[in-house]
Write a protein that binds this ligand. Structure first.
Ligand code: ADE
Length: 225
């Protein structure tokens, strides 16, 4: 999978894909992430990429031309399955969307700043608008990093134990069960006996029960979905 991210603060994305599982995905050639500085594509002086909004009002808007120039260039080079715009008024990101996106080959992610991007780019280029939650970030970069991480770890071969993503919270519509590691007793706090019993069937049943209980308590809405 190839992901091209368009940003006015590309340095913000230096670190998120350089460690841990995302690094492994890149090292294994399963994920390529290219971060483009929008200022390199503006035809305006002083690397201008934003301007006052028509109709008045506080806050700048990202101009359409630098975005269109870069989007056209990328789209000439290869076909893209999705042009995603990160925005608080987009569709709420969830595991289902992560699964859907993990099946794509090439994607562009546009990170907004200021008041957002000129709406004509949304109308004519963007295929999907994503919000990572009902709060406003100062830019789309951290949100884009969340999406790339959630999608990247689902690519076949990225996780060492192929099955482990299957048991993530949300993957089967349930929250994950509690987990424990050594020591079996810590400060007098014991690991549930069933996890030490060695019977995989019993352990699976216990985990399922725990998942169900947690979901009922914490996110009952997931059960109705
Ligand atoms: N940009 C600013 N806030 C955002 C959010 N909540 N989700 C996605 N992009 C954003």
């Amino acid at each position: 999978m190839r992901i091209d991210i368009i940003s006015v603060v590309p340095d913000l994305l230096d670190s998120p894909f350089s460690h841990s599982i995302m690094k492994r995905a890149k090292d294994r050639g399963l994920l390529e992430v290219f971060v483009h500085n929008l200022r390199d594509y503006t035809p305006y002086k002083q690397a201008q990429v934003d301007d006052y909004q028509f109709g008045g009002g506080a806050g700048m808007v990202m101009m359409p031309e630098p975005l269109a120039i870069l989007l056209d260039k990328l789209k000439e080079e290869r076909p893209y399955d999705e042009v995603i715009y990160m925005t608080p008024d987009g569709d709420l990101f969830d595991q289902r969307t992560a699964n859907t996106l993990s099946l794509k080959t090439n994607m562009i992610i546009i990170c907004g700043h200021y008041k957002g991007i000129d709406d004509r780019i949304r109308q004519h280029y963007v295929t999907r608008e994503i919000s990572i939650g009902d709060y406003v970030l100062s830019g789309g970069e951290l949100a884009a990093a969340v999406v790339v991480d959630a999608v990247g770890r689902l690519l076949p071969g990225v996780l060492n134990d192929e099955t482990s993503a299957l048991f993530d919270s949300f993957q089967d519509g349930l929250l994950a069960p509690p987990v424990y590691t050594r020591p079996a007793e810590f400060r007098g706090w014991k690991v549930p006996d069933v996890l030490l019993c060695g019977d995989p069937k019993k352990i699976d049943e216990w985990r399922y029960e725990q998942s169900l209980q947690r979901t009922k308590e914490r996110r009952p809405g997931l059960l109705n979905d």
